[in-house]
Design a protein around this ligand. Sequence first.
Ligand SMILES: [Zn+2]
Ligand SMILES: [Zn+2]
Length: 277
Amino acid sequence: MLSITVGMEITHLGSGSRGNSTLLKSGSTRVLVDCGFSLRQMEIRLGLVGVEPTSIDGILVTHHHADHSRSAMRAAKLWGASLHANLGTASRMGWGPISECRTFGDLERISISDDLSLLPIPVPHEDADNVAVIATNGDGRRAGIVTDLGEPTVELKRHLSGCSHVSVEANYDLRRLMSGPYPESLKRRISSRGGHLSNSQTAEMLAEILHPALDSIVLCHLSEKNNAPHLAESEVLLHIGDRYSGDLSISKQDGPEFSHWLGQVEPEGGVRRLSVP
Ligand SMILES: [Zn+2]
Ligand SMILES: [Zn+2]
């Protein structure tokens, strides 16, 4: 029997403390996880990957911090997209539930279309009600988008173990953070249970969730002061390099630089480098 594969495409439009947004495409459905750049920057970055902003169906905001939420409401209204956030985030943003924003509960599946659904998983992060997102396409292929958490939970790891693609933050190198310019209180906050994942926490988590069907990993939300791409990459390779043969990429602040495909045959193993400035 002929089966139609819709696939799923994952593109980081940029990632870091100055803004985050990830574009998910499956069939004719287009969704953004976070909308943390200015409206103008969002439209420029979507334009670079050939996506008309008004074609965005939905925007899910993981938590209220500005680097994830900055232009979400304005973009949703202007582009005619549905806006999704949990109650904690909606109230911190001053968004009216029902009238302006569709609220979701922990682990409550959000069906955007037959081609794409999103599962929010609560993660510990400062004073925020943050969620990681597992996106599932019409073929049952899954991608995890995970940023801004002090430590991975058992539940999160269980869900990531079924993903073909994982985008996860590698926020700081512990030695660089501790010897760097930040005040002691901020160093403690970043490295606490409610802060961000260090390179070694991320590497250890990836070693735990690694499975043969994991095709691609993107390290994201790297601190520009307390990390460097080569540090994050080498730490992850140290932990999984001998068992992992998929693609390992790093998303930087000034994206988009590449897209990953799940469920489609691509010449370079499901990753395409974008030729954008
Ligand atoms: Zn953030
Ligand atoms: Zn945050």
